[in-house]
Design a protein around this ligand. Structure first.
Ligand code: GTP
Ligand code: MG
Length: 170
């Protein structure tokens, strides 16, 4: 492809859901067992090559701790895409993800490509959120849904690739 597109992407979700781990896996191909909780937000970039274009993601990895909630609009305003992350072993994190979806639907860019990522899919024995439940929630809310594992890398590149494909490639 000959087009180069820059796309601002924000990750939102509960503390410990695995936002930073997904970004670290996607950007550096690494996983850290004792990943530190994010303070404020962190910035990364990575490109995805499609047939028709190269998409450079400008990624804002936000902090899930509640005291940083008021910063979130700075990161999702003007974003072309958002990944809302929950942990499949933690029902509270799924409830929190739904709150983020509501906030984005009310305050975010209406054309934003939104993905719901059920992370830690390697921890099946501890599952609390059924994939079918998340899938139907995603369908009702026009989100793209995937279960991912930052640990094993399952579906991580695919998640970013599917988002890139859904961007308007002007
Ligand atoms: P905050 O920055 O506090 O909002 O958290 P976060 O969403 O960035 O979570 P983080 O990436 O720091 O991951 C939290 C913990 O979960 C870390 O100990 C990670 O190693 C672990 N973790 C993240 N993703 C996975 C995964 O896919 N599988 C497993 N087993 N553990 C994971
Ligand atoms: Mg983090």
């Amino acid at each position: 492809g000959n087009k180069n597109i820059n796309a601002k992407l924000v990750l939102l979700g509960d503390v410990g859901a695995g936002k930073s781990s997904l970004v670290l896996r996607f950007v550096k191909g690494q996983f850290i067992e004792f990943q530190e909780s994010t303070i404020g937000a962190a910035f990364f970039s990575q490109t995805v090559a499609l047939n028709e274009a190269t998409v450079k993601f400008e990624i804002w990895d936000t902090a899930g701790q509640e005291r940083y909630h008021s910063l979130a609009p700075m990161y999702y305003r003007g974003a072309a895409a958002a990944i809302i992350v929950y942990d499949i072993t933690n029902q509270t994190s799924f409830d929190r993800a739904k709150k983020w979806v509501q906030e984005l639907q009310a305050q975010g860019n209406p054309n934003m490509v939104m993905a719901l990522a059920g992370n830690k899919s390697d921890m099946l024995d501890a599952r609390q959120v059924a994939a079918e439940e998340a899938q139907s929630y995603a369908r009702e809310n026009s989100l793209f849904f995937m279960e991912t594992s930052a640990k094993t890398a399952n579906n991580v590149n695919d998640l970013f690739y599917e988002i890139a494909k859904r961007l308007p490639l002007m």
